[in-house]
Design a protein around this ligand. Structure first.
Ligand code: GDP
Ligand code: IMO
Ligand code: MG
Length: 428
């Protein structure tokens, strides 16, 4: 059972690193298959806290080979800064492998991300401003720069000039910014080639051979189902496939190599940036969840929007990803609530619907229908088996499980690496 996918089942920040950690001593490779440094993973190991943006959280596990797949967009400055920072804290980063086909994020992508957001005005997406959307747009427009292009200066120069030709017209004539010089971009990119060369490989081949040899490979998704460019709340999404299908296309292995698909959900819901969010709480309960759950972005520091658990979204994520397991994180954050509402369905224009509406406008004014469950006061952060949880916490988990379309195989009860209750073996 060696191919395991981990995806966010809500709007991100579910604690995806928790699931990777749970499997850590049995993993050989961990692959990032989508997104870039828009991701933010906080991982707590002992008294050490690590904030990762571009690298998969599995890089913190000794002996694991981290892989950046072809589906990723790579900001080289961020990559080398992150590697240097981890190495200075004693993390072995020497095994990292980067796909020759991954695209690079350059200065002009970051600039365009910021100016287009500004021009969208009220319709802005609230991107992380890291150049993610423009880099993927170039990839789809076939004017992107790939990692392999950095090793042929001639080709690199031609491609950068080609990409900038149209962009400089846009920047100068539409956005009133100064033109970007192709020479500066080329020079900047070339400054990384020496350090990059030993890391670059045909990662699709490497991973297929690893799977053939019976190695365990974890495909760690960035972002989440509801931020997926095809299946999320478009246009308030990121620009890649964050759902399980992206694990195959974003890493170059066949979809039949994916044996287990694990979705991560919080015991409540959060979202960063704009877009619909039916269970959002704009009152003091939302403030309470934000403070208790410490819901501030790892990448941008923005306060996250907070709300109750949304079962139709969990069911949707189970279906779209083909989830085999759910990991429910941050159950400890709900401790102290008298009653805990869970959204079981929506009402759209007076009609009950159990599914996430396909129409954007319907989803925008979907009103949650809540069922309430009794809360608990006991500190659950020390619980390591399901039976150690108070009865009301167990009931909450079982109720949420029954509504979510997938079994809950593990439960997070604190930020630390070992603060987790395993119910079903994620590899067995
Ligand atoms: P990711 O983007 O899915 O990797 O998640 P983030 O790292 O952005 O956000 C998850 C946050 O929740 C991190 O600060 C984790 O340390 C923390 N966390 C993960 N699992 C738990 C849990 O079970 N309980 C609590 N209290 N915190 C958790
Ligand atoms: P992790 O991996 C939460 C959101 C942004 C914005 C939208 C588009 O930590 O779960 P982008 O910069 O990708 O073009 O922004 O997507 N977003 C995330 N929200 N967690 C993330 O990653 C996110 N990555 C992007 O806030 O609304
Ligand atoms: Mg995050």
């Amino acid at each position: 059972m060696p191919g395991i996918v981990i995806v966010g089942a809500q709007w991100g920040d579910e604690g995806k690193g928790k699931a990777t950690d749970l499997l850590s001593d049995r993993i050989d490779y961990v692959v990032k298959f989508n997104g870039g440094n828009n991701a933010g993973h906080t991982v707590v190991i002992g008294d050490q806290k690590y904030a990762l943006h571009l690298l998969p959280s599995g890089i913190l596990t000794e002996g694991v080979t981290p892989v950046i797949g072809n589906g990723v967009v790579v900001d080289l400055e961020v990559l080398f800064d992150e590697l240097t920072a981890l190495a200075s804290r004693g993390v072995d980063v020497s095994k990292l492998v980067v796909s020759a086909n991954a695209h690079v994020i350059t200065h002009y992508h970051r600039t365009l991300d910021k100016v287009t957001e500004r021009f969208l005005g009220k319709r802005q997406i609230g991107t992380t401003g890291r150049g993610i959307g423009p880099a993927y747009a170039d990839k789809i427009n076939r004017v992107g720069i790939r990692i392999q292009d950095l090793f042929d200066e001639n080709i690199l120069r031609q491609k950068v000039e080609g990409a900038l030709h149209q962009k400089n017209h846009l920047l100068v004539k539409i956005y009133n910014r100064r033109a970007i010089s192709a020479d500066e971009i080329v020079e900047d990119l070339l400054s990384y080639t020496q350090r990059l060369r030993p890391l670059v490989a045909d990662t699709g081949l490497l991973l297929s051979e690893a799977l053939d040899a019976g190695r365990t490979v974890v495909f760690e998704g960035g972002q989440a189902t509801m931020l997926d460019v095809d299946h999320g709340t478009y246009p308030f999404v990121t620009s890649s496939n964050a759902t399980a299908g992206g694990a195959a296309t974003g890493s170059g292995i066949g979809p039949n190599r994916l044996d287990r698909i694990i979705g991560i959900v919080k015991a409540y819901t959060t979202r960063v940036g704009s877009g619909p969010f039916p269970t959002e709480l704009l009152d003091e309960s939302g403030e309470w969840l934000r403070a208790r759950g410490f819901e501030f972005g790892t990448t941008t520091g923005r306060p996250r929007r907070t709300g109750w658990y949304d079962a139709p979204i969990a069911r949707y994520a189970s279906r779209i990803n083909g989830l085999t397991d759910l990991v429910l994180t941050k159950l400890d954050v709900l401790t102290g609530l008298e009653r805990i509402p869970v959204c079981v369905a929506y009402e759209v224009d007076g009609v009950r619907t159990d599914e996430v509406p396909v129409s954007q406008s319907d989803f925008h004014h979907a009103v949650p229908i809540y069922e309430e469950f009794p809360g608990w006061d006991e500190d659950i952060s020390g619980a390591r088996s399901f039976d150690e949880l108070p009865a009301n916490a167990r009931n909450y988990v079982l109720a949420v499980e029954a509504m979510s379309g997938c079994r809950i195989s593990a439960i997070g009860v604190g930020p630390e690496r070992d603060a987790i209750i395993a119910r079903h073996d994620l590899l067995g």
